[in-house]
Design a protein around this ligand. Sequence first.
Ligand code: PNS
Length: 162
Amino acid sequence: MITAVYPGSFDPPTCGHEDIIRRAAAIFAKLHVTVFTNPQKATFFSVNDRVDMLNHMVEGMDNVTVDSCQGLLVDYATERNAGIIVRGLRAVSDFDYEFTMALMNKKLASHIETVFIMTNPEYLYLSSSKVKELASLGANIGGLVPPYVETRLKDRFGYPQT
Ligand code: PNS
C-alpha cells in the first residue's frame, strides 16, 4: 500500500492540478495533497483559502486528503509514511526546477522517490499565475479552473458572478 504526497503552492488550484490529483489517486492507495507555505513567497490566496478550494476539488475522492505544512517536504512525507512525492510536469521549461528539487529531496531523504506525471496536453499552457493574470483582466477562465475556484477568483477581483 503506497502513500504519496502531492505538494504545491496551489495559488490557486487549477484544472491541471485536478487532473494530476485524479491520476495520482488512481495509482496510489493514499494521496496527501499538501499546500506548502513559503514565508519568502507572497501568495494571492491565504493557506486556508487554498486548502478550502482543494477540499472542494477532491470531494468524492475517498483516498485523498488535503493538508497544509510550513516545514520541509521530506519531513512531512516521512511523518506520513509517504514514500512518493508526486509532481506534475508540463514542459521542458519545468524540467530544470523539478530536476533540482527532486535531486535535493533525494539528497535529504534517500528513501523517498519523486514520481512525475506528465500533464494532460490540454493543460500544457496552464499555470496558476496565468489564471490569476487572466482573472484580473476579466477574461473567461471557465475550463481552466473548477467552478468553485472561478467563483473565488471573481470574488477577489470584484467581477460579477455569471
Ligand atoms: O507549486 P510549487 O510552487 O511549484 O511547489 C513548490 C513546493 C511547495 C513543492 C516546494 O517549494 C517545496 O517542496 N516546499 C517545501 C519546503 C521544502 O521542502 N523545500 C525544499 C525543496 S528541495
